[in-house]
Design a protein around this ligand. Structure first.
Ligand code: AQP
Length: 335
């Protein structure tokens, strides 16, 4: 990305809070690879967000490098795109504080993710979990982002980001670009394999998700155990047949077959066939990623150099926005 580039900016981030799972890939990373040529892209490893739930320090460090490797292994070039770690760009936390002062408690109280996560982590309902959307707004607004590709679970956070940007701009002039979400309906929410009414999540129990680093045998085993239903008809009906429909979505996206054609082809077959075909499509998609991932993980020096260099590129962009914000709101500037 050059300083003089005219392409609009795309920003998205993933938390290094567990093993990156198939929902993260289909709902986010895969779209990054499809959009990357039309935008100047920043793909962040949002480690500060991950701190809203307890992390083992050594595990967090390891998962940060793993996520950097997975971004690159999935086809994102760290020279064309900025792949960096959120905590290496202090302007995220600085802008988050400012935006905290422009976000209302009532808005944050309505966030579904806060309600879900505070129900799941009753012993640790911390203020960071509550203000998570403000840090996310800072992530996005810091780079004058136009487009944010995310899964459906992040839609509300994008709405609050837009509201805060519009509110701020109304007070101080056009400081922030107001970003648009990019959430293609078909892939917006990949569901858990064991509880198909819930979304697939990397912090859930292991059989509920496919990790991008799972071996082919593990993938096959997890799909064989995936919860379906008892009426034995292959039909796309997310409301009444969430388990079967979820497998169909995964197979259709990764196998490149339209949903109607896929359902016609599989009609009359048993669920065993659907599960086996889905596992094969997933394994075929993951094989080249895993091969590149192994090579990258063997070269930690390279990954560290990428993160260092890209953090510097991100900081230059971030500083421009932050200086403008400080000036507009009246913080005294030193010469
Ligand atoms: N199941 C999913 N289907 C489609 N998209 C998904 N995403 C996550 N799960 C699915 C999208 O992946 C991106 C990165 O997510 P994140 O790591 O920032 O946090 P998350 O949304 O909370 O994802 P997880 O896996 O559920 O993480 P944990 O368990 O740590 O909370 C986002 O764009 C997200 O929408």
């Amino acid at each position: 990305m050059s300083e003089t580039t005219r392409k609009p900016v795309l920003f998205s981030g993933i938390q290094p809070s567990g093993q990156i799972q198939l929902g993260n890939y289909i709902g986010a990373i895969r779209n990054f690879t499809l959009l990357r040529h039309d935008y100047d892209c920043l793909f962040s490893i949002v480690d500060l967000h991950a701190l809203t739930t307890r992390q083992d320090p050594a595990g967090l460090r390891r998962k940060t490098l793993e996520l950097a490797a997975l971004y690159i292994a999935s086809g994102l070039d760290p020279e064309e795109n900025i792949i960096y770690c959120q905590s290496h760009v202090p302007q995220h936390a600085e802008l988050a504080w400012i935006l905290n002062c422009f976000t209302y408690m009532g808005e944050l109280s309505r966030m579904t993710q806060f309600k879900d996560k505070s129900a799941r982590h009753k012993d640790n309902i911390n203020a960071g979990l509550f203000t998570y959307p403000v840090l996310m707004a800072a992530d996005i607004l810091l780079y004058q982002t136009s487009l944010v590709p995310v899964g459906a679970d992040q839609k509300q956070h994008l709405e609050i980001t837009r509201d805060v940007a519009i509110r701020f701009n109304a007070l101080y002039g056009d400081v922030f670009t107001v970003p648009e979400p990019y959430i293609p309906k078909a892939t917006a929410k990949i569901m858990s394999l064991t509880e198909p009414a819930r979304k697939m999540s990397k912090s859930d129990q292991e059989d509920s998700y496919i990790a991008l680093t799972d071996t082919p045998d593990t993938v096959r085993r997890k799909f064989r155990r995936a919860v379906t239903d008892s009426d034995a008809e292959i039909r796309f009906d997310p409301e009444n047949k969430p388990g079967v429909s979820n497998l169909l979505v995964i197979l259709s996206v990764l196998g490149g077959e339209r949903m109607d054609a896929l359902c016609t082809r599989l009609s009359g077959q048993g669920y065993g066939v659907l599960k086996e075909e889905t596992a094969q499509a997933v394994n075929a998609a993951l094989a080249p990623i895993q091969e590149r991932y192994q090579k990258l993980m063997a070269d930690k020096g390279y990954l560290t150099a990428v993160l260092k260099n890209n953090a510097e590129r991100a900081q230059m962009m971030a500083l421009r926005t932050l200086r403008k914000v400080y000036k507009k709101i009246g913080l005294y500037q030193l010469p």
